[in-house]
Design a protein around this ligand. Structure first.
Ligand SMILES: CC(C)(COP(=O)(O)OP(=O)(O)OC[C@H]1O[C@@H](n2cnc3c(N)ncnc32)[C@H](O)[C@@H]1OP(=O)(O)O)[C@@H](O)C(=O)NCCC(=O)NCCS
Length: 231
């Protein structure tokens, strides 16, 4: 499962790692939020609403209110921009919370000093290149994998897979039998990465929608008894 790269190591979070971990998590989350914002903006701009809405408003201004052609065109463009802009901002407002910084990062050492939690970092040439955390869920046998972040300069080197393998080992030590995680359908990099790490999709559900646009979350699971430690 892991790519052999001896310059990458993983270990539990130490006090001196905290500032770098915070800035890495913050940077990756804001970059993910920007990426997601652009994906959805592109979808809004290329959806059939962008054609149907101005046609509808043009007919309203020109045929119903009897406005001349040019002013009708101008008004229909303005109204469409306002309506679709408000719809897009409302949609974004519904999903933007997914990318906010979590409580656990305020005092990570304290938060993860817990018998059912762990936080690992990947170190490359003395730099923190990636993070992953695990914490309890409602089911005592199931751990939640989260904070799977790799700094953009260190991607596609197998760091995520190394971290996943290492957090599986930690989770076994914490007496978990399986892992679960949540991501979203637009995060293709993460979906491929989790599938490569042996995770199986078990649920997809709508998290937020503003017709016809939607943001769907997916839940992936992995049975920790399927394979033994790989590192
Ligand atoms: C998703 C993420 C953690 C992957 O980290 P990474 O260290 O680059 O991943 P790896 O090098 O270990 O790659 C593992 C596999 O994931 C898939 N993958 C990773 N990046 C990919 C990309 N840009 N495009 C397609 N597949 C990709 C590939 O299958 C890859 O295996 P391969 O390189 O043998 O083809 C990283 O891109 C990231 O931090 N993204 C932003 C934060 C995020 O979305 N985290 C997940 C939250 S749920």
């Amino acid at each position: 499962m892991t790519k052999e790269d001896s310059s990458i190591s993983t270990r539990r979070l130490k006090e001196e790692d905290v500032p770098s971990v915070r800035s890495l998590c913050r940077a990756v989350q804001s970059a993910s939020a920007r990426e997601e914002f652009l994906i959805h903006l592109r979808r809004f701009l290329t959806s059939f609403h962008v054609i149907v809405t101005p046609v509808f408003f043009f007919c309203f201004y020109h045929f119903y209110l009897k406005t001349a052609v040019l002013p009708s065109l101008k008004s229909c463009i303005q109204t469409t921009i306002i309506c679709e802009g408000v719809r897009f901002l409302f949609f974004w407002w519904k999903i933007k919370g997914v990318f906010k910084e979590g409580e656990d990062l305020k005092e990570p050492l304290r938060y993860f000093d817990h018998p059912k939690r762990a936080f690992l970092v990947a170190v490359v040439d003395g730099h923190i290149a990636g993070t992953v955390g695990v914490k309890e869920t409602e089911d005592p046998n199931v751990a939640k994998l989260y904070r799977m972040f790799v700094h953009p300069s260190y991607r596609r080197r197998g760091i995520a897979l190394r971290l996943i393998s290492a957090i599986h080992n930690e989770s076994r030590k914490l007496k978990y039998r399986s892992m679960s995680l949540r991501t979203h359908t637009t995060n293709q990099k993460a979906l491929r990465c989790y599938e490569k790490a042996g995770y199986t999709l078990v649920e997809q559900k709508n998290y937020a929608s503003v017709y016809p646009h939607s943001f769907d979350t997916v839940i992936y699971v992995k049975d920790l008894r399927e394979d033994g430690p790989t590192i």
